[in-house]
Ligand binder design. Structure first.
Ligand SMILES: N[C@@H](CCC(=O)N[C@@H](CS)C(=O)NCC(=O)O)C(=O)O
Length: 208
């Protein structure tokens, strides 16, 4: 049995989707940096960054970092459809997962916690940092659409690792609204992913 440390509307939603697509048994432990409690203490012991998703795999190993978790699940459950069996498609999927975590997910930390980067920053400076990081995030999403929205890497009608992560991360910091204006076809594809029964159920649980 897997144990997933997660929080509502966080990146752990993508791992819930992936575990369900794998048909894997898991239990969910509510935990976050912001909410004191037993879950947070346990999370801190497992992941010094105190970030979710954090996944304890059967046998006891700890996995953090969404791209690593999704890649591990894709390899451990080859019939799940999380990763392609075609070597060229899979290479682009791994590229897309790395892109999403480094260029999109990482911006969210800056937007949510600007004071970690500027501990002495006045409110106005912090606001400008958040606004700049948000603009940058939106442009990184446009590039994701331009580079990956093609039949090799992107399968909105048969979601795998890339699609579940893109689905969840694009719900944050106005990315969907921005893409609706600047990349309407890609925005529509995200809407197709949202409607997949497994994904839809998790989105609903998270109040999206
Ligand atoms: N690099 C990590 C980022 C995880 C992350 O930033 N998670 C957020 C929730 S969506 C979090 O736990 N933030 C709390 C914090 O950074 O203190 C990944 O790809 O999974």
């Amino acid at each position: 049995m897997f144990t997933l440390f997660g929080a509502d509307r966080s990146g752990s939603a993508a791992i819930e989707m992936a575990l369900t697509l794998c048909g894997a048994d898991y239990r969910l432990v509510g935990a976050s940096y912001e909410a004191a409690g037993a879950g947070r203490d346990e999370l801190k012991r497992l992941n010094p960054l105190m970030q979710v998703p954090t996944l304890v795999i059967p046998g006891g190993g700890v996995l953090t970092e969404s791209a690593a978790i999704l890649t591990h699940l894709g390899l451990a459950f080859p019939l799940s459809g999380l990763l392609s069996h075609d070597v060229h498609e899979r290479a682009q999927q791994l590229r897309a997962l790395a892109y999403l975590t480094t260029n999109c997910y990482s911006s969210i930390g800056l937007i949510d916690y600007p004071e970690r980067w500027l501990p002495d920053g006045e409110p106005d400076l912090l606001d400008r940092l958040v606004a700049g990081a948000t603009r940058k995030l939106h442009s990184q999403w446009e590039v994701f659409s331009d580079v990956f929205d093609n039949p090799v890497a992107w399968h909105p009608h048969a979601p795998g690792a890339v699609e579940v992560l893109a689905c969840v991360v694009s719900h944050w910091s106005g990315a969907r609204e921005h893409l609706g204006r600047s990349r309407p076809e890609f925005y529509a594809a995200l809407g197709v992913i949202d409607l997949h029964p497994v994904i839809h159920a998790v989105l609903q649980r998270h109040g999206w």
